[in-house]
Design a protein around this ligand. Structure first.
Ligand code: FNR
Length: 371
């Protein structure tokens, strides 16, 4: 196997100093009753910091807007109790020498009335649709847009105030920001709809408002994806040129790090090159990039029968060797690990120490409790 040392080199960006390149991917756990992260959540993140993760990105945590949440028991990052809960998480992670960023989330039109907090509020989206051509929620007015932008900025300001080391904006997977990016769910005819540059306006306003709220030296990460949970084959851009056009205004608005969400890190993004999405994003923007997607998962536990993911059979390309070679070539800077870290709180230290055979396989039963 390749030398894992490249994964354990420090990473510095301004004031953000990470001891290594391993990032915990944001993962919703729905274990925060009353939308407040409690002691079990504190312990869950503390264990990953103690296990050697360089940067933890929290599960999606909802900004303070009435329709931000779409699922029960998901934490907020607004209000005294939730912020006090997060402060305990931050302090515990820091006590283990770790770093942590919250993932700021608004689910958009995916919400259904009745989920708390939010009561009867419907899903809010660019055109009231979470799925192309299916209107089920409220099409956001300019006043709604301003309110949500302000809620993201406030969440970032609060995150900085309680000691988080960076913030990540959830701009991926078909949630609110991505509903604006995606032609399928954004059918507006004002300045927030139209071509991709116009569909990016909402995200750009959020990034700029966050930047203003946290100042120049606080790292702002943007997570984005081509795929949507509503449609794994959806794409925002099909060529490097289009990708460059999409990314440049996001950089200008204040993104420091791009978190490029793919389901399989080894997949080339465009024909004629091996580079993955993070590789292209780094090449075109010069910004540090995080890759993600099936890191540390072995072929034997990747496919879920009947899930349509039979193409997960590619054991060899998914190997750690492949990842390390790409990291050595500086295709990307940081590596996010999701499911393998749910199954193995010490994943980072175990990989560092060559204890691969001791790693546990992930399966859905790992989600039953916060181990
Ligand atoms: C996720 N993922 C995810 N992504 C995100 O941006 N915000 C979130 O809150 C969640 N929630 C979530 C929950 C669970 C249980 C899983 C398994 C995944 C996606 C996650 O961050 C990651 O991109 C994928 O899991 C792919 O990485 P792995 O698991 O293949 O390493």
């Amino acid at each position: 196997m390749s030398n894992v040392s490249s994964l354990f080199q420090p990473f510095t960006l301004g004031n953000l100093e990470l001891s290594n390149r391993v990032v915990m991917a944001p993962m919703t756990r729905s274990m925060s009753p009353g939308n407040v992260p409690g002691d079990e959540v504190v312990e869950y993140y503390r264990r990953r910091a103690a296990g050697g993760v360089g940067l933890i990105i929290t599960e999606g945590t909802c900004v303070g807007h009435k329709a931000a949440s779409g699922y029960p028991d998901v934490p907020l990052i607004a209000g005294e109790d939730a912020l006090a809960g997060w402060k305990k998480v931050v302090d515990a992670v820091h006590a283990e020498g770790g770093k942590i960023a919250p993932q700021l989330w608004h689910v958009g039109a995916i919400r259904r009335p009745g989920v708390e907090p939010g009561g009867d509020a419907p899903g809010y989206g660019p055109s009231g649709m979470a799925v192309p051509n299916k209107v089920t929620g409220h099409a956001m007015t300019k006043a709604d847009i301003d309110e949500v932008v302000a809620a993201f900025a406030q969440a970032a300001r609060d995150a900085k105030a309680i000691g988080f080391d960076a913030v990540e904006i959830h701009g991926a997977h078909g949630y609110l920001l991505d509903q604006f990016f995606w032609e399928g769910t954004n059918q507006r005819d004002d300045e927030y709809g139209g071509d991709l540059a116009q569909r990016s306006r909402f995200a750009i306003e959020i990034i700029a408002a966050i930047r203003e709220a946290v100042g120049p030296d606080f790292p702002v990460i943007l997570r984005w994806s081509q795929w949507k949970q509503q449609d794994y084959t959806a794409r925002l851009v099909d060529t490097p040129e289009a990708l460059e056009g999409f990314l440049k205004p996001l950089v200008d608005a204040g993104v420091d790090i791009f978190h490029c969400s793919t389901r399989r890190f080894w997949e080339p993004e465009f024909e004629g090159s091996d580079l993955n999405l993070a590789g292209w994003t780094r090449k075109l923007t010069g910004k540090p990039c995080i890759t993600v997607g099936s890191v540390g998962l072995n072929a034997e536990f990747l496919p879920e029968p009947g899930s349509g993911s039979a193409d997960f059979q590619a054991a060899e390309p998914a190997s750690l060797d492949n990842l390390l070679q790409r990291l050595d070539r500086k295709e990307f800077d940081l590596v996010a690990v999701g499911r393998a870290l749910i199954a193995n709180p010490d994943w980072s230290n175990q990989v560092r120490d060559g204890q691969l055979s001791a790693l546990k396989a992930y399966d859905k039963s790992c989600l039953a409790s916060l181990v």
